[in-house]
Structure formats: C-alpha cells, structure tokens
Design a binder for this molecule. Sequence first.
Ligand code: C2O
Length: 571
Amino acid sequence: MASLPLSTVAITNISSLSRPPRLPQPPHRLTISCNTSESHPGKVDRRNLLLGMGGLYGASNLILPGAAPASPIPAPDLAKCTRGTNLNLRQPLDVDCCPPFSENALDYKLPSATDIRVRPAAHLADNAFIAKYEKATVLMKALPADDPRSFMQQANVHCAYCNLTYDQGGADPSNKLQIHFSWLFFPWHRWYLYFYERILAKLIDDPTFALPYWNWDNPKGMAMPSMFVKENSPLFNPRRNQAHLPLTNPPPYADLRFSKKSSTPQDKVVPSNLTEMYSEMVRSAVNLEDFYGAKYELGAKPDPGAGTVERGSHTAIHAWVGDPNSPAGEDMGNFYSTGRDPLFFCHHANVDRMWSVWRDLRGSKPKEFADPDWLDTSFLFYDENAQLVRVKVRDTVENLKMGYTFQKVEIPWLNKRPKTKARVRKLKVAEESSAPKATDASVFPVKLDKVVRVLVDRPKRKRSKGEKEKEEELLVIEGIEVDTSEFVRFEVFVNDEDDGPSDVIDLAEYAGGYSQVPHKNAANVKSKMRLGLTELLEDLDVEDDDKILVSLVPRDGGEDITIGGVKIIYV
Ligand code: C2O
C-alpha cells in the first residue's frame, strides 16, 4: 500500500517535466559486469553499455525487453565493510565504524502514517519535551555496545557511510560508497534521522516523539539550542567550540558562511545568514540538480558535486560547532565523529526541513528527480526493533508519508532577495577589467592561495522572460580539487571590484560559497559547483553585458584548493 502513492508521484513528475531529461553520463563512468545476476541488481549490464555507445542510451523511453538501463547504487554489502580503516586525517586515526553484521535484510515498508509526529523547533520546545528527549537518549546510551540501536552504533552509521568504508557495489571494488556531495545527501540523511527518531520513540514507548530541529535559518533560532549545553544532560557534549556556546546575552549566532579564518561579525550575522539562505533555497536552487546535488550512480566516483544547502549552511554549522582544539574538529566538524554529538541530529532535522520547505516553494515545477538511478538507490539501516532493513530513496520524497512533519515557523529569508547598493552600478565592470579570460590556457588550473579573478563570456544575452524561465543561466566552477581532510571554504562574486570583499554581507554580487566537512579522501576526485546567475544578473543590471568578472575568494584552506575552470551554461 505504502509504496503505491509514491510511484504515482514519480510518474506525475515525469509528465510534468518541462525540460528534456538530462543527458546520460558518458559511458566511461559505467562499470561493466559480465555476469549480471539478480543478487547484484545494480551492476550494469554490458548490453546497456553497448546501447550507450550506440547513442541510444539517452532515449529514456527506450527500454528493451530484459534490459534495465538504470544503474542505481545497491544497498552496501555489510560483509565488505572495511574495518579498522585509517580515516586519512592529517594524523593517523583508526576508527572501526562498521555496524554489527546481520545477514537478513528485509525490504522496508513504510508503516501507514496515521499519527503524524511533529518535530518541534528546538528553541520553542518545552520542558516536558526536553525531559522526554533526555530520557530517550539516556536509554539509548545505556543499550549494550553491540546493539545496533545504541548511541555509539548510531553515531558509527554516519562514519560508515561517509568515510569510504563500504564498497559502492560496482565492478571496481576500490570505488567506495560516499553518500555526501551528491543527490544522495538529502534522502540518506532523511532515513538516518527517521530510524534514529523511531529508536528513541520506542525506548520511551511514545509514538509521538519527534526530533527537535535547530531553526538556524531564523534569527530566533540561530543560537546553539540551550537544551544541548547543560552539563549534566545526556544531550551535552564537551567537544564543541567553547566560544560558540549560548552562555552570553545575547548568545553567539551561528554563522552560515562560517570559516575559521574569517567569520562574519556578529552584528552582521543575521543579514548575512538570511542572504545565504535565500541564495541556497531560491536564487541558486532553480534546477533539481542545484538543490539536491549532482547525479551519483553505480560506477560514478564520489563527489560529483554537492547541492546548495549541503555545501553552504549545512557545512557551516558542522564547522561552527566542532571544537577547533580537538585534533580533527571533533565531534561535529568531522564526518567520522559527527554522529557522536546529539546536536548533529537537531542540526540535520533542520537540513531535512529545508528539503521540505524547498519542495513547498516549487509550485508546479518538478520537486524531485524521476530518474530511477536516484529513486532506486538503496541503503541499509537497523530499525527500532534492531532488524536490518533495506530502504530506497523513492520512499523519502515526502516526509508526511514517512509519518512526520515540522512545527510551522515563519521563514524570514523568503523575501531577502539581495539588492545592489544604489551607489554601485555594476555596468561596465567587466568591460573595464584587466583580468584574464577564463579560457586563457595560462589561467586554469589555479591554486586558490589568493583571490583569483577571471572574465567569463556569456554565450547568450538579453534573454527574454520566457527564455529565462525555460533555462537557468549557471556559473559552473569545475575541476575543484581539495584536501578533503581539511575544512576549506571559498566564495564566488560576480562583478565585484573590491580586493577584500569581506564587507560583502548581503550584496547582490555574492553568487555562493563552497565549503566541506573534513572526511576520508578518495584519490583524484574532482568536483564541481553550479551557481544560479539569472536573478543575480538582473539584480546587478548587467544582463546586456557579454562577459562578467568572476572573483574566486579563498576563505579557509585556500592553499588546499585547486580550481580547474569556470564557464557559463544554460540548463
Ligand atoms: Cu552526513 Cu551533515 O553530514
């Protein structure tokens, strides 16, 4: 019953797609298996590869009998979890985060959602709620260490899926699974919180229990929620940035453009955060891929590109909470340890809420991918009965069908479209600039140990309203290579002439930022980021210009960032 309406949703969205389906990944990203078998449903059939070479792969409606063109990532094989792995931080660190082994994974069916749990905003939660949450967490921490529902085992779930401990499931066993930096980010974390929440609820035998969300997109909720900082509470964790605890009046607000070297001054943090949220949720998140992250299917390398929220506010909170005096930013500031801080789940409940809010803003535009490579990607979790279950992305698209919703609060960033300061006319900035062209062979690749400015050609100008609605103009920063064991951040500005745009808080010139939570490295991974330009160019009044001046501004770890190129596309 439960899966039927979901598939109806997917079909509806196929027919409402106004744009042609995305081009398939080039054949070299596929892995070939000579013996496709039912136990490895994700392996790519050679026939499909041949089909791809023949150019027919892109015809999405063409499904030959017996051939399955999709190649979603299958649920990981627990037996192949790499135990005692070196997480490749700067200092050697061996953490075993593999789950207890179990052979029998059941296909998970969403229970029919009759009573809807309501996740409260953490800053509005009352004492009765906090008492329940504390009690449930105490009980979770008291479970035997090898119980997959115990607090440390739950923390390790994040480590296992985020530090390349599982095989991805394709033909190449060295290609490991990474559920960040791609379109798996929102669905995987939704499942993770879903089971964590159900385990807590079951421990206190309260089916209405729901995780609180840290409402960091709203000034009223921007401080670290106080229920997590009482020293005798099970929600307390000493491994946090002590300068960011809510112990002063007013308390420090989380900086959604945080970097350790240049954080936003506290008196500017609210406008800066609201601009950031507007950019992540509206201005730069027009296409599905830009919000969700890039396609990541069987055979693909990790980190094809994170979505706006993942690489922005989400990463900023991790880095803002983690303890800068611990060896690797523990706990929140590193993927292997982040699940050890109860605050992680409160943070991610708001990330999860952002997904629901964004969908609500979409109107008639597609709200999720219709691509089976996304819908049929599978994961394994232990449920509240310690039963191993296999879940799919397709069951995550609507939180109500999963039995929960969010306490409604105002959304203060919705009307925060940034404005150019009246005194700064951005016309002619590019024309008068002496910066090199992005296409000059000498420019890229470049290390971001300094501000890098380039002129980028705009293939289309003076686009009509209809053209803009049909195609978003996107600035693509590609070939991004970073040291993944370090926190890094850089920001991108358009037609900004100042040398140190650190004063830029809510200006139209800010196109977006890239940041990353440290994690285990996969060698030679190049990522990309796409930034929406359509609104930005309107705001700067430069839609007639045939080029723009792009500034890449390192904020943290610039010496560890290399950029491969910058260009404009229309999608
Ligand atoms: Cu899986 Cu916020 O990290």
